[in-house]
Design a protein around this ligand. Structure first.
Ligand code: CP
Length: 294
């Protein structure tokens, strides 16, 4: 449900298993062909939705893609009743993305189905943080003495929250670089991070992780995009301050020219596409671990 529900040995096991899948990228497995998985996305998604589906298919799972628009929710059926229905049809694992921060907490005792959080409101996006950590580990091997700077719209970011907790679990220093207009008031988060400007953070960062400006969550608050890039975004000029081995990450989708200068998305330092392929392997590892407990 959230990073706090995982232990460090469990995360290390997921990293190892995901890496094992990554070394055989073309391989399809059949060992989970007795498992039905339902994907329920109540918010838009490209990467998470399709990488879960690819992961499920690579493991041999049978996949149901639930679409709220064509479902009996249009006739007033609730999500708990929908889940009870899926349980009766034989679904064992449900992957859920929903705008409510805590929907999964309320569902967990409603059925025998195992839930995977594919993005919960502004609360957590744990599978994204896990694939991010996999990408960092591939790059640096040892996770000791690293500094990750998370820059951008942290206030509305479930990715930032999951990453702060996961990076802390591994003793990685986390800087947060937040725009004036999007300051976070979160005492728990504040204790785990150092606050810096992007210009202060860049020279010491091993990873510079940009976050999308989530305009859809801003209640009409308009930011000037060109000004945002100039003040808070990653530009080629700023990148000159980074160390030789620094990498650029972004969970995507990307607002090119807002939080990151467009050309830097494909820069040699960028691992943004790598994060996407790692998403499949990490989600395979997560599904495999859950299936192993059934
Ligand atoms: N990173 C991420 O969650 O992307 P999607 O919204 O496309 O799933």
């Amino acid at each position: 449900m959230a990073i706090k529900d995982l232990t460090q040995p469990q995360v290390e096991r997921l990293l190892k298993k995901a890496q094992d899948y990554a070394v055989n990228p073309a391989k399809f497995y059949q060992h989970l062909n007795h498992i039905i998985v339902a994907n329920l996305f109540f918010e838009d998604s490209t990467r998470t939705r399709f990488s879960f589906e690819v992961a499920e298919k690579k493991l041999g799972c049978h996949v149901l893609n639930f679409s709220a628009e064509n479902s009996s929710m249009n006739k007033g059926e609730t999500i708990p009743d929908t889940i009870k229905t899926l349980e009766q049809l034989g679904v064992k694992i449900a992957v859920i993305r929903h705008p409510d921060d805590h929907l999964l907490e309320t569902l967990k005792n409603e059925s025998s189905i195992s839930f995977i959080n594919a993005g919960a409101g502004k609360y957590e996006h744990p599978t994204q943080a896990l694939l991010d950590l996999m990408t960092i580990k591939q790059e640096f091997g040892d996770l000791k003495n690293l500094t990750v700077s998370i820059c951008g719209d942290i206030k509305y970011s479930r990715v930032a929250r999951s990453n702060v907790h996961l990076l802390n679990m591994f003793g990685i220093k986390v800087n947060i670089c937040e725009p004036e207009e999007l300051r976070v008031k979160d005492a728990t988060l504040d204790k785990l991070v150092t606050k810096k400007t992007i210009d202060e953070a860049l020279p010491e960062s091993d990873v510079i992780m940009l976050l999308r400006v989530q305009s859809e969550r801003h209640d009409g608050q308009e930011l000037n995009k060109a000004e945002y890039l100039k003040q808070y975004g990653l530009t080629a000029a700023r990148l000159k301050k980074a160390k030789a081995k620094t990498i650029i990450m972004h969970p995507a989708p990307i607002n090119r020219g807002v939080e990151i200068e467009s050309d830097l998305v494909e820069h040699a330092k960028s691992r943004i596409l790598k994060q996407m392929s790692n998403g499949v392997y990490m989600r395979m590892a997560i599904i495999d671990e859950i299936a192993g407990t059934m």
